[in-house]
Each structure stands twice: as structure tokens, then as C-alpha cells.
Design a protein around this ligand. Structure first.
Ligand code: ZN
Length: 399
């Protein structure tokens, strides 16, 4: 899941695992200054950056795209609400593009963006000024992007090329580590981020599936990068996936709640909790600063009806198999198999389930989720469930 606003002092941001760190410009400091007439975002950098800065409505956000930067942001950078900024996130958005997303508490427009060369002991200072405007003014003239000269290269889209050798009849399993890059997902009690846990689990699942020799495996991401929800679906479809498994870790304000749970797509949620969870997980694109109004019609309006009944029945069958195997190795949430309108499960042709491995808000479970031993047990159970599911498929085809 991913909460947009959490607590009073917030900084949802960690940059990790960036290769070629030495070649990248680095961030020395970041601050947000509140002035009577404006809010000023300042980033101190080792060199002058190329940039693209723009705003998005509903919810109001400022998006700052920069080259890949070396930066581990400090905590407590944003005082929620001060200067109209509720929260800040930073991370990789796409190959070659780092992104800062500022959540605004009210409409503001960018009044100026500029770079101050080094002087008076300061390195390069990259400055974004924001001024409050009415909602109406925001839509009339508040949305012009500010772009450096020369401009920042547009974000590269990097989807794995579909290659299914015609002679290879093995099923293709698409593993989808939830969140990534500028979208950290849930934050554990120890500070660990959901995007890290999901990638660790996904890599272990891939390793163990490949070791059986029975499957082809595709990952929607294999590093700390953001992937749009619709691209996750697209990857599964282009690779003609036979099964799509999205991995997540949950959190809850009640720290006593723990246990794994498995979700499949449904127009009507099985319960209020499942519905709230789907709403949270579906916010990933908003969290990463995506303009949802730009989504092509056929994607934003994917109808659940399109998900063929057969696909949904297969998804349910696999979910039940997975719950049975998980129950042998880990604690389960009550009513473990639940239903809700998760965007990432809307592939019309690929049976899809979403596994919430456990709760990062429960101290005991958070420790388990970080342990390699527990991960091995859970993933072994998932592999057994996948084996059983495809064995069942083969008996169906024979009969
Ligand atoms: Zn999640």
C-alpha cells in the first residue's frame, strides 16, 4: 500500500541501489522555505541540473524531474501543511530520470524556476518558487511546465521485450514486485520500505521458479524503479503470461493486526477493508506524479467485464491454492482470500492475484518479513501453489 500523508513530520524518500554512483551529480541539501508571498523549494547540487517542473491537479502536486542524482534524503524535511506542502517523495521515476513529488494542500502555481551558480560558499542552487492561486486560476494558467535549456531528456520507458520462443511451451509466470522508485509503498516500523521487501520476495520467487525448470519468468521490475500500474498489466499481456502474481506488504494503524492475505479482482469488494486496501494500492500512479487525465481511454476505463469470466475463475482457483499452501508456513489474515477492484489485477486474459505477504506495522511480522528464513518459507509455499495450479491445469486440458 502507499499512504500519501503520514504523521506530522514526513519524508517518504530513500534512494538506494543506484549504479555508477560516482558519475552522478549529488544533492548536498534540500530545504523548503515559507515566505509571506511564496513557498520556495531549494536543492543544493554539485552541478547545474537539467530539469522539467510541472504541476498536476486532483490531487494538487508539483513534479520535479531531474537527472539521476546521488542522494539519501534526511528525515523531517517537510512540516506537513507548512507553505502548502503536505509531503515530499524522491526516487527513481524511470531509467535516467529522478523525480521529486511535492503533495500540495492547496492549488499553487510555479512562478519561477532557476539555477544560482556557486557563490558565497554555496554550491549550485536549484530553486522552484510556488505561489498560491485559486482552483480556477490554476486551471486557466497555472499548469505551464518550466523546462531547462537544454531540456532534460524525456523519461525512457523500458518494458522488457516480449520474447516467447515458439517451441517453449512452459507456462510464463509474471512476477510483479509492488511499488518502486518514487513510490515507496508502506513504511515498516524499522524504516524498511515495502518496495524493498516486494523486490526481495520477487527475486527469490524468480530464483526458485527457474530452479524447477518448469517455467519462464518475467519480472515487471528488477530494480528500484517506478512502473505505472498500466505498464505492469501491459508487460503481463505482451509476454502472454499464464499467471500474474503481484507482491505487496500491508500496514494498519492497529499494530496488533498481522497475517498474509490474497486478493483477486472483483467489481464489488468482499469487505470494507479489502476495498480500502485496493483504493490505497491503486494510488501508486498518483503518488509517483502521474497525470491520470492523460491515460488513454482504453486503459483508464478498462472494464471489469472485459476480464473474462474464465480468467477470473482461474485467478480464484489459484488464490485458493495459494492460501492453502501459505497457511502451512505463515499466519493468515481471517477470510484470507478477499476480493476488490485492484487496478493491477485487471488483465482480461492473464489470471492475476495480489499477495499481501504480511503487515509492516506489526513488530513481530515486520521482523519476519525482513528475515531470509521466513522469506524462503513463504516463497517455497508460493512455488508449491504454482506447481499445484499448473498440474490442475494439465488435468483440465487432458479431460
Ligand atoms: Zn502495496
Amino acid at each position: 500500500m502507499g499512504a500519501m500523508i503520514r504523521g506530522v513530520l514526513i519524508l517518504l524518500a530513500v534512494l538506494s541501489g543506484v549504479p555508477q554512483a560516482l558519475a552522478q551529480p549529488s544533492v548536498k541539501d534540500v530545504r523548503i522555505g515559507v515566505h509571506p508571498d511564496k513557498t520556495r523549494f531549494v536543492m543544493e547540487l554539485s552541478e547545474a541540473p537539467r530539469y522539467r517542473v510541472f504541476t498536476l491537479p486532483d490531487p494538487f502536486r508539483v513534479v520535479i524531474d531531474l537527472p539521476v542524482l546521488r542522494w539519501t534524503p534526511p528525515g523531517n524535511l517537510v512540516r506537513a501543511g507548512e507553505g502548502g506542502i503536505a509531503a515530499m517523495r524522491f526516487g527513481l521515476f524511470a531509467p535516467g530520470t529522478s523525480r521529486v513529488v511535492l503533495d500540495m494542500t492547496r492549488p499553487m502555481r510555479i512562478s519561477n524556476v532557476f539555477v544560482i551558480p556557486p557563490r558565497a560558499g554555496y554550491p549550485y542552487r536549484f530553486v522552484v518558487d510556488l505561489i498560491p492561486v485559486t482552483r480556477a486560476a490554476f486551471f486557466v494558467d497555472g499548469r505551464q511546465p518550466f523546462v531547462s535549456d537544454p531540456p532534460l531528456a524525456p523519461p525512457q520507458t523500458r518494458l522488457p521485450a516480449p520474447t516467447k520462443p515458439s517451441r517453449d511451451n512452459r507456462p510464463t509466470i509474471v512476477i510483479d514486485p509492488g511499488h518502486g522508485g518514487v513510490d515507496p509503498g508502506a513504511r515498516g516500523l524499522s524504516g524498511i520500505l515495502e518496495k524493498k521487501i516486494t523486490l526481495d520476495y520477487a527475486r527469490e520467487l524468480r530464483r526458485r521458479l527457474l530452479a524447477t525448470g518448469r517455467y519462464r519468468v518475467v519480472m515487471t521490475r528488477d530494480d528500484d524503479t517506478f512502473i505505472r500500474l498500466r505498464d505492469r498489466i501491459k508487460i503481463a499481456q505482451e509476454h502472454q503470461g499464464d499467471l500474474f502474481v503481484s507482491l505487496h506488504a500491508n500496514n494498519h494503524k492497529r499494530h496488533t493486526i498481522r497475517g498474509a492475505s490474497v486478493y483477486t479482482l472483483s467489481q464489488t469488494a468482499s469487505d470494507a477493508e479489502a476495498e480500502a486496501l485496493a483504493a490505497k494500492e491503486n494510488k501508486a500512479d498518483i503518488i509517483a506524479g502521474i497525470d491520470l487525465s492523460e491515460q488513454p481511454e482504453e486503459v483508464s476505463k478498462i472494464l471489469i467485464d472485459l476480464a473474462r469470466r474464465e480468467t477470473m475463475n482461474l485467478s480464484k482457483h489459484f488464490a485458493n491454492t495459494l492460501v492453502a499452501e501459505l497457511g502451512k508456513v505463515t499466519k493468515l489474515l481471517r477470510n484470507t482470500h478477499r476480493f476488490a477492484g485492484f487496478a493491477v489485477l485487471k488483465s482480461p486474459t492473464v489470471p492475476s492475484v495480489l499477495l499481501e505477504i504480511g503487515y509492516l506495522s506489526n513488530p513481530k511480522e515486520e521482523r519476519l518479513l525482513r528475515s531470509a528464513k521466513h522469506r524462503a518459507r513463504v516463497i517455497a509455499a508460493a512455488v508449491r501453489a504454482i506447481n499445484e495450479y499448473f498440474a490442475w491445469q494439465r488435468t483440465l486440458k487432458r479431460s
